[in-house]
Design a protein around this ligand. Sequence first.
Ligand code: HEM
Length: 263
Amino acid sequence: MNTAIASSKNYFTATFQDLIKYPKSGILNQVLLKDNNIQYTLFCLAAGTKIDEHSSTRNAVITVIEGKGNFNLEGKDIALAPGVFILMPANAPHAVQATENLAFVLTLSEHLPAKKKISQQTINIVKSTAPIIKQHGQKITTRMYEIMFQTHPEVKAQFDMSAQANGTQPAKLATAVYSYATHIDDLEGLKAMVDYIAHRHVKTHVLPEQYPIVGECLLQAIQDILGDAATEEVITAWAEAYQLLAEVFIDREQQIYQTDNES
Ligand code: HEM
């Protein structure tokens, strides 16, 4: 774990000449400061190093201190040289290549997830299904895992199968789905739950592309267990609601993956 060398509580001063250290190959990064609002990281890339295309969920600024290289931002090449300053919006794909030893500071702004929109009608329908979800929640989630492990056996490796067999994981998922149904219009109230589950997901390497799999299996399970009560209206509302929850998890998990990589 790379801890920050400065804290926002005390002043800090240094010269880049003292801070910059190049590895023989690859990248050395040093978090200069990290708090809830901002993170400054000094990157030192040995000549020839490439950082493949990726994106960040946070707005970012690159300030080149020394060296030369190329920065590809959304397909456009920008020559890197001392003093070059690049403002990069969240989610913009970018890649870096150092042609000489290259040092730059990456500043990441506060993480502000885009405000998700969901219709009032969906909120009303999902909330109205909360009692029935509470009553049949574990049957639904048990069926959900059954469908998922049959149709996507490759995900089994990520799960503790004893927690499936003794019902604890389906019970946890049922509680989460019920909490969501009751808090769909108060996502702030779900923050602690989302945070906890997102950390568990990151530990078990859950990826954004897996969310549609769970979504599809969950909707199928709702139909299987609720039968006629799962009207088209209910299924459409839950599909929209699931999409919103998936985006909330994906955003939070991307943030955790990124922080883990950067520190
Ligand atoms: C919005 C959708 C999802 C919800 C509400 C959800 C909910 C949960 C909950 C409540 C837990 C238990 C956390 C704990 O107490 O330990 C959990 C764990 C887990 N989830 Fe999810 N999850 C979702 C999507 C996904 C997806 C897409 C995957 C990918 C396959 C996934 C894989 C896992 C895994 C592997 C664990 C750890 C389980 C174990 O240790 O056996 N989840 N999830």
